[in-house]
Design a protein around this ligand. Structure first.
Ligand code: DUC
Ligand code: ZN
Ligand code: ZN
Ligand code: ZN
Length: 480
């Protein structure tokens, strides 16, 4: 047998096991996984002795080239990353699939929004991508025609917001979207924060002149998230229990709500993000506008919340570890669009994280012994693939799967600097962190896209991925 490429001498990790194997790749797919592939069997050979071969990461929570909705508090702030730099940054961090949001603006059609995001990605994406549908205006046309057609066309995950003035849905609207998801077997993602409470708190802080970045965190305490998580899961229960993802969970109280809902029999998927492990409210409490670099929603919290998120990763409460990459520069185009010293409500929310997601969790989770390598793979790739209908093609190392692989040097010591990340954002909140382990070569469909710090891929080679039926529907019981 002959292959286009053979990776020789590596240690393969999947969500289930870790084993030594050579990998034969043909036509972009894994054609053989064997203890030993005969010398000379590959048109090209790569010696990966001493390296881990991981499925390329799937980042299922990224905002790329997303316009602020008209009327948003941070209107006009532009995302720095389009699909070209966004997916390039993904590849440099070992991620080979992104799922970003196709966002409807109120008063416009969701179908047109999706067509627009397809145009933004085509010709630019370096790795493969899918879209979640963000529903902000669930009209009868959207609920009755557009959503069913878009779900059938491979966008099988719908996002709803409970806050942000320009995007949020009321409970009744969320019920309607969830019912469509249930009927057409789509997954629902919820941004869960209580809008009335956080707005009331923000106004009171503002009235006292407390408008710095740290006051953003103080306007959104954990109970804001706890209440909305409980409400989102109650709405899911009422709507026939479509599989429901609570995204960016930041601490113990919403985790408790998720456990309670699972005990009632709901299919609840829980996601956390690097910022809830590695940042805290103190990072928002810095001189000048430095704190804006760590401003996201929900905000980073305290040591107890970080510990709760780590425990949730360790004990299996969390299924997904995604970045919530939301790339705003620290300049007049991005975070400081409203002026050099804007009140926190005028600062765009979000931090970059596509390239740092895997290396941070590998170093502080796997190298430290907190989580096994198999769980790292599940959290960063396999579970996203299964939940969002990209398996078995994506998210694992197996014969027949796409050869999307991160060749990982588990011992490389790296000091995180913004230049390593290849996004278009002018900072990283993790600047200066010393970590262990780094993806040295990254393959997408058998093609080397990144090697030793150099991009080899042509923008536009990335392809749109149609999601198939979620494992959460295809398999009985708890989906994982
Ligand atoms: N919060 C969101 O809800 N989305 C993007 C970034 C952020 O901080
Ligand atoms: Zn968002
Ligand atoms: Zn969100
Ligand atoms: Zn987000």
């Amino acid at each position: 047998m002959s292959f286009d490429l053979v990776l020789r001498g590596g240690t393969v990790a999947t969500a289930a096991e870790v084993f030594a194997a050579d990998i034969g790749i043909t036509d972009g797919r894994i054609a053989a996984l064997a203890e030993r592939i005969a010398p000379g069997a590959g048109a090209r050979e790569m010696d990966v002795t001493g390296r881990l071969i991981l499925p390329g990461g799937i980042d299922a929570h990224v905002h790329i080239d997303q316009a602020q909705s008209p009327g948003a508090a941070a209107a006009g702030a532009a995302m720095a990353d389009g699909f070209r730099t966004g997916t390039t940054s993904a590849a440099f961090g070992g991620t080979t699939t992104t799922i970003s949001f196709a966002v409807q603006h109120r008063g416009t059609s969701l179908r047109d929004a999706v067509a627009d995001y397809h145009r933004r990605a085509e010709g630019n994406a370096v790795v493969d991508y899918a879209f979640h549908l963000t529903v902000t205006d669930p009209t009868q046309a959207v609920l009755g025609q557009e959503l069913p057609a878009l779900i059938a066309a491979g966008c099988r995950s719908l996002k709803v917001y409970m806050t942000y003035e320009a995007m949020r849905l009321g409970d009744r609207e969320i019920l309607e979207v969830m019912a469509v998801a249930r009927a057409h077997r789509a997954v629902v993602l919820v941004h869960a924060e209580n809008h009335e409470v956080l707005t009331w708190l923000a106004e009171r802080l503002e009235a006292r002149g407390e408008t710095r970045p740290v006051h953003h965190a103080r306007s959104r305490p954990l109970f804001v998230e706890r209440e909305a998580t409980h409400r989102a899961l109650t709405l899911s229960e009422a709507a026939g229990a479509p599989p429901t993802v609570i995204v960016h969970v930041s601490g113990a109280e919403p985790i408790e709500e998720i456990r309670r809902a699972r005990a009632r029999g709901l299919t609840v998927v829980a996601e956390t993000c690097p910022q809830y492990l590695f940042l805290s409210e103190g990072d928002l409490d810095l001189p000048d506008m430095e704190g804006a670099k760590a401003m996201c929603s929900p905000p980073p919290r305290d040591a107890a919340s970080q510990a709760a998120c780590w425990r949730g990763l360790e004990d299996g409460t969390f299924d997904l570890f995604n970045s919530d990459h939301a790339p705003y520069r620290m300049d007049g185009e991005g975070k400081l669009r409203a002026g050099p010293n804007p009140p926190f409500r005028r600062v765009a929310n979000g931090i970059p994280g596509l390239a740092t997601r895997l290396p941070l969790l590998f170093s502080e989770g796997v190298v430290t012994g907190r989580i096994p390598l198999t769980r790292f793979v599940a959290l960063t790739a396999t579970n996203n693939a299964r939940l969002y209908g990209l398996a078995p093609r994506k998210g694992t190392v197996a014969v027949g799967a796409d050869a999307d692989l991160a060749v990982w040097d588990p011992e490389r010591r790296v000091t995180v600097t913004n230049a390593l990340l290849h996004h278009a954002v002018d900072y990283t909140p993790y600047e200066g962190m010393r970590i262990t382990g780094w993806p040295e070569t990254v393959l997408s469909r058998g093609e080397v896209v990144v090697a030793d710090g150099v991009l080899h891929a042509r923008p536009g080679r990335g392809r749109f991925l149609e999601q198939t039926l979620s494992s959460a529907y295809a398999e009985a019981g708890r989906w994982i």
